[in-house]
Design a protein around this ligand. Structure first.
Ligand code: NAD
Length: 726
């Protein structure tokens, strides 16, 4: 794009005396410092001109503005013209205090700084499909252009807090109900409606509203304090490790207690601080890492178009198969669910229907859609209806010979073009396809439980997987609303392989004296959704043992072999499904520690012939986090060194979206770089001297530690996997 046609605003004056100022910074009309300076200049010029009575601000190409440029977050403020001060000098003194009325005409996105420009206008007209939101908190900052002060005054404190705290985006139609916009207009009459509104204000036929000093929607101080205190305790509970949501509430409170202009100054100061915080840097990294997953060298740049997938077959209606079927139905695919007998089929279909009903119950789908979607599901016990299937996803038990048989069957019954994907957690895909001649259409489609909700899809390519098949599955992943990370084939692939040492480290520590419940507590305090033992209960010990055995077989020289879970299985403890695992579960699935667990720990300790290390019973939460996550970093380094992942940021996305590693820590590699490879490596070396090879740092990590460089530096984008045209 020509620089001269970007990063600016254009002022045009109509015969009716209304000046239209258009933000021109395609494709999203981001509000850069240059755009603000140009907007300020256009408004100042319009206020001076005798031929202009009123103004409308809009965005080019049907998009108001998607907000500030995220690349500028996480960096220091260089000049007074930067965002902190724009709040007062531009939005308040130039825009809101202009001598001529200004109306925002909103279509497409109006997010962050974009919406804040609109909030400072004297009225807002939008299309019903426009999307509005103050989304700054998701980047670790707060609305910094007066949004913390104006939104509560326009829609009331509870709604404003809900929108700001959750970075919630609402439609123009909903914004009208809240009073955030003044009227809705169809797209083709949006500008004319806004023009007329501006003229009506100018001629006193409509009120000239200055949002910053509006008081009618704001709760009285005593009530406001109760609402704010509640918001603070909710924020502490939801995100105990984060400070920026609390800072944001304090800024809103300041405006209510000391007046909006004081609130604006506090907002500007807070923005200056938060923009340079580690949380902001991590969240911005996460945002760009997620965008980067869309570009896969050697695949997405090959100009191949995805083929249309109409009919999908899922093999196995268990936990995963039913979740995967739900995800496909929600995206309107025709789904065949195959099981081995009538009762299992009924149970599988029952699970899918229950998933769909719960979706509708939460208001995410209408009753009509529920009926339509349910009618797209077909249950079968044989392969008769597989002759026109385009994609099969196998989700049968984690058993190599069963999977080999299933894939050989698929080759017999499915058409030549059909894609064969396996949801295996850990089995090498080449083994699975051993009895077929279809290696070029076999790949991994590794979903995470519960598959209908978890946002990650780990796509595993073997050395034979065709590019066309990869392009097809990437397209499908977008349609079923998953973020796809493409990785190479190996035992456990990227996500499970990376996190296997996490649970291994946990059992190693317990066998040598650490406390199960303290470990889980430390890991959840760090920000993980649950600790390793609670997770093992949820996944179920049989699944954990089945996938763990693949890993143990492959990497036997360095794994920690534990007897703890096998001994518990012998005693018919299988995890949450049997109400007994590392925890005891009541009828409401509430977990409580089980004093009997000591018995199994001692038995496992004797079997492994290890002695208790008293130091491990006194570990701090920080030490526990290090001892569980540094082995994960170590395995992630091996994955990078082998080229299983094509870039380090993919492992960040995989750790956050697949395992719930906190996004505000940026992902596993970002976090490791924050801590420093030298420190991680030296700790692993210390532990390996005491506890053995399991902790030994890999050469890739050692090399980075010696050179003291970030973990990504030595890893060029590797694309060594052989591909065969389909
Ligand atoms: P599950 O035991 O809940 O379900 C497996 C189902 O497959 C059973 O209902 C069984 O009757 C059915 N089945 C067996 N042979 C079949 C055949 N020939 N045709 C059709 N159906 C057949 O197991 P699950 O937890 O859903 O796991 C399924 C797969 O997904 C495994 O490979 C597992 O490793 C993988 N996986 C599991 C998880 C998890 O959290 N449970 C996560 C990711 C991947």
């Amino acid at each position: 794009m020509d620089e001269s046609t970007m990063n600016k605003t254009v002022l045009e004056v109509g015969a009716d005396g209304v000046g239209i100022i258009t933000i021109v910074n395609p494709p999203l009309n981001l509000v850069s410092v240059d755009v603000f300076l140009s907007l300020k200049k256009s408004i100042e010029e319009a206020v001076q001109r005798d031929d202009i009575k009123a103004l409308v601000i809009t965005g080019s190409q049907g998009k108001f503005s998607a907000g500030a440029d995220v690349t500028t977050f996480g960096k220091g403020i260089k000049a007074r013209t930067d965002f902190g001060f724009l709040s007062i000098e531009f939005a308040t003194d130039t825009l809101e205090a202009a001598r001529k009325p200004i109306v925002a005409a909103i279509d497409g996105p109006a997010f962050g700084g974009g919406l804040e420009v609109a909030l400072a206008c004297h009225a807002r007209i939008s299309t019903s499909a426009a999307q509005l939101g103050l989304t700054e908190l998701q980047y670790g900052i707060l609305p910094g252009l007066g949004g913390t002060q104006r939104l509560p005054r326009l829609v009331g404190l509870p709604k404003a807090l809900e929108m700001i705290m959750m970075s919630k985006r609402i439609s123009g139609k909903d914004a009208l109900k809240l009073g955030l916009v003044d009227a809705i207009a169809p797209r083709d009459t949006l500008l004319s409606t806004a023009r007329q509104w501006a003229l009506d204000i100018s001629d006193y036929r409509k009120p000239w509203v200055v949002s910053l000093y509006k008081t009618d929607r704001l709760e009285p101080l005593s009530e406001a304090r109760i609402i704010l205190n509640l918001a603070k305790s909710q924020a502490r509970e939801r995100t105990p490790n984060l400070t920026h949501p609390l800072v944001c509430i304090d800024v809103i409170e300041e405006g209510i207690v000391a007046g909006p202009r004081t609130g604006l100054w506090k907002e500007a100061e807070a923005l200056l601080q938060l923009r340079q915080s580690d949380t902001c840097k991590a969240l911005v990294h996460f945002f760009f890492a997620q965008r980067a997953t869309l570009k896969i060298p050697g695949i997405t740049d090959m100009a191949l178009s995805p083929r249309k997938i109409n009919k999908v077959a899922i093999l196995g209606g268990g936990l995963m198969g039913s979740g995967i079927a739900t995800a496909f139905l929600l995206a309107n695919y025709h789904v065949i669910l195959k099981e081995v007998d009538h009762n299992l089929l009924l149970a599988g279909i029952g699970r899918v229907k229950a998933n769909l009903r719960s979706h509708a119950k939460k208001g995410k789908m209408t009753k009509e859609k529920l009926e339509t979607v349910s009618s797209l599901l077909e249950g079968v016990l044989d392969y008769d209806s597989f002759k026109d299937v385009d994609l099969v996803i196998e989700a049968v038990l984690e058993d190599v010979s069963l999977k080999q048989q299933v894939f050989a069957d698929l080759e017999k019954y499915c058409p030549q073009h059909c894609i064969f994907a396996s949801n295996t957690s850990s089995i090498d895909l080449n083994k699975i396809g051993e009895n077929t001649t279809s290696q070029n259409r076999i790949l991994g489609a590794h979903f995470f439980s519960p598959a209908q909700f978890m946002p990650l899809l780990e796509i595993v390519r073997t050395e034979w997987t065709s590019l066309q098949v990869l392009v097809d599955l990437l397209d499908v992943s977008k349609k079923i609303k998953k973020t796809a990370v493409v990785v190479g084939n190996c035992t456990g692939f990227a996500v499970n392989r990376m996190f296997f040492p996490f649970s291994q480290a946990a059992t190693l520590l317990v066998e040598r004296g650490a406390d199960i419940y303290q470990i889980d507590q430390s890991i959840t305090s760090f920000g993980m959704p649950m600790g390793p033992f609670r997770l093992a209960d949820l996944v179920g010990f049989r699944v954990a043992v089945a996938s763990g055995s693949q890993y143990i077989e492959k990497f036997k020289e360095r794994v920690h072999k534990s007897y703890l879970i096998p001994f518990m299985l012998e005693d018919k403890r299988e995890g949450q499904s049997t109400c007994k695992g590392f925890y005891l579960y009541d009828e409401k699935r509430k977990a409580s520690p089980d004093p009997e667990i000591v018995k199994f720990v001692e038995k496992a300790r004797r079997a492994s012939q290890v002695t208790v290390d008293p130091k491990l019973s006194r570990l701090s939460a920080g030490e526990i986090v290090e001892m569980l996550f540094f082995p994960v970093v170590n395995e992630a380094c091996r994955i990078l060194a082998e080229g299983v992942a094509i870039r380090a940021s993919d492992l960040d996305i995989a750790s956050v979206l697949g395992r719930g590693f906190p996004a505000y820590r940026g992902g596993i590699i970002f976090w490791a770089n924050f801590i420093g490879s030298k420190y991680i490596c030296s700790r692993l070396e210390d532990w390996s001297r005491v506890y053995g090879k399991f902790f030994e740092p890999c050469p890739y990590l050692v090399e980075h530690a010696m050179k003291q460089i970030p973990l990504v530096m030595l890893s060029p984008l590797k694309d060594t996997l052989k591909t065969v045209d389909f």
